[in-house]
Design a protein around this ligand. Structure first.
Ligand code: CMC
Length: 446
């Protein structure tokens, strides 16, 4: 039987090493024994952006990028989208199993009874400028919650930890909706215990003076499906931030704020907002060839909503979303004028060699913005709508990291490329800095 090891010959010294291979992985620390001279730091791997480095072992979400598979705790995401609710998925991600009816009832009740926020949070949000981006408000406000729950710092205490997890999942829609209401100059709507998690969010966003505000159940279901599709995505940029901040044992409010900040970027969760702005900028089908030419030149904009670090075949979430978009357009009775632009862009990108050869397919963000637009939600709320459901994924990953005996404070190494030690230069002897090529390459060893 073949040995589960890797044999490495260091041609600098002629020495051979054998390191164990487990789960198709070698431990980076096993390379440290490879060195040229006694006392050397030893061999490292260089992997900016974690292109081929597993930073953890995880039992939460499985992705096969080549086959277009996404599963939460083993369940295919399209089955969950069809048969479960978002809160059921949140429970699944965090607890590892689908809830029984009584477990779900209790969980729903717990979350529902934590949707209110301290009144000071109102005044905190009121302090933002009228035109503040709702994502900026969300990031700041969720971080501020840390000051309301000082016990949250006891992250290794199971009960305290779980209580903050319920609070965060419960309060994110309230903070999100209030950020929106503030940016619209509209009064805040308080949470309701009478309706579902997702309907409650829509009510807090949309209600004006109606004595009984109702949202079409299929619209609620559509948003709930979007929440399910966005709930987790294994070690993406924001989850990596959540784990990294959490690894220092910071409380989950500030860790979620950091993760949400990472999500805000246009290459990650901010892409849905960027897609809509791109489609608006293109404006009509006749302008597409010029836009695509610019994208292909590599100096202009990227085709937002296309490409993925992991999916190199198709994004299974995009498939569900495309179907959902048609349903929502039928329900609201109008198609977005940007839809023909999106469809034509997709057609070109799926046949043009530039995109095909780079395996650039539509991702989750390509169509989600058009659905939000049909629901009359403004573009700067799109990343906020991503952050609400991703909170359950962040928290599941955070707790898994805290309980993982292999994990320690996240602290990568670097290859130092700066100056060797040099003497301090007094002010009167300095000349304008001129770029000096780095002459050394040295390991940092603290
Ligand atoms: N439009 C045009 N060219 C692209 C695009 C794009 N959207 N994405 C990648 N490329 C090109 C890129 O220029 C590079 O070409 P070359 O080999 O000639 O230099 C090649 O494809 C590989 O790209 P990369 O940047 O090395 O790939 P990556 O894995 O680092 O980036 C990505 C992944 C998602 C950041 C990137 O595809 C992208 O910027 N997409 C647009 C933004 C977007 O839609 N983001 C949402 C991602 S899904 C949801 C989420 O994560 O939140």
């Amino acid at each position: 039987m073949a040995k589960e090891t890797l044999t490495i010959t260091d041609n600098r010294t002629g020495k051979t090493y054998e390191v164990p291979v487990t789960e198709d992985t070698i431990k980076a620390l096993d390379l440290k024994q490879i060195h040229v001279e006694e006392g050397d730091f030893g061999l490292m791997t260089y992997d900016p952006a974690f292109m081929n480095t597993a930073s953890c072992r995880s039992a939460i979400t499985y992705i096969d990028g080549d086959k277009g598979i996404l599963r939460y705790r083993g369940y295919p995401v399209d089955q969950l989208a069809e048969k479960a609710t978002y809160l059921e998925c949140a429970y699944l991600l965090i607890n590892g199993e689908l809830p029984t009816q009584s477990q779900l009832d209790k969980y729903t009740s717990d979350v529902t009874h934590h949707t209110f926020v301290h009144e000071n949070v109102r005044t905190f949000i009121d302090g933002f400028r009228y035109d503040a981006h709702p994502m900026g408000m969300l990031v700041a406000t969720v971080s501020a919650l840390s000051t309301f729950y000082p016990e949250a710092k006891h992250v290794l205490d199971h009960d305290i930890r779980r209580q903050q997890m319920v609070r965060l999942i419960a309060k994110m829609p309230t903070l999100a909706a209030w950020s929106f209401r503030h940016s619209m100059g509209m009064p805040f709507v308080y949470p309701s215990n009478e309706v579902s998690y997702t309907e409650n969010f829509l009510q807090m966003m949309k209600r004006i003076a109606e004595p009984k505000f109702e949202v079409h159940p299929e619209i609620v279901k559509a948003l709930d499906v979007l929440f399910i599709l966005h709930a987790d995505h294994e070690q993406n940029c924001s989850t990596n931030v959540m784990r990294s901040i959490g690894s220092s044992r910071a409380d989950p409010y500030v860790a979620v704020a950091g993760a949400a900040a990472a999500l805000y970027g246009p290459l990650h969760g901010g892409a849905n907002e960027a897609v809509l702005r791109m489609l608006r900028e293109i404006g009509s089908v006749s302008n597409i060839p010029a836009f695509v030419k610019e994208v292909k030149s590599g100096v202009g904009a990227r085709l937002m909503g296309f490409g993925h670090r992991v999916y190199k075949n198709y994004d299974p979430r995009a498939k569900v979303i495309k179907r959902l978009a048609d349903q929502v357009f039928d329900l609201v009775g109008k198609k977005s004028p940007l839809l023909p632009v999106a469809l034509e862009l997709e057609r070109i990108a799926l046949t043009d060699d530039y995109f095909v050869s780079r395996k650039l397919y539509p991702n989750v963000d390509f169509y989600s913005g058009l659905i939000y637009e049909a629901l009359q939600i403004p573009a700067d709320m799109f990343p906020v709508l991503f952050a609400i459901p991703r909170t359950s994924g962040w928290l599941a990953q955070w707790e898994e990291m805290l309980l993982d005996k292999d994990q320690k404070i996240a602290r990568p190494r670097q290859i130092y490329t700066g100056y060797e030690e040099r003497e301090f230069i007094n002010m009167d002897k300095r000349s304008p800095a001129s770029a000096q090529p780095a002459t050394t390459s040295k390991r940092e060893t603290d």
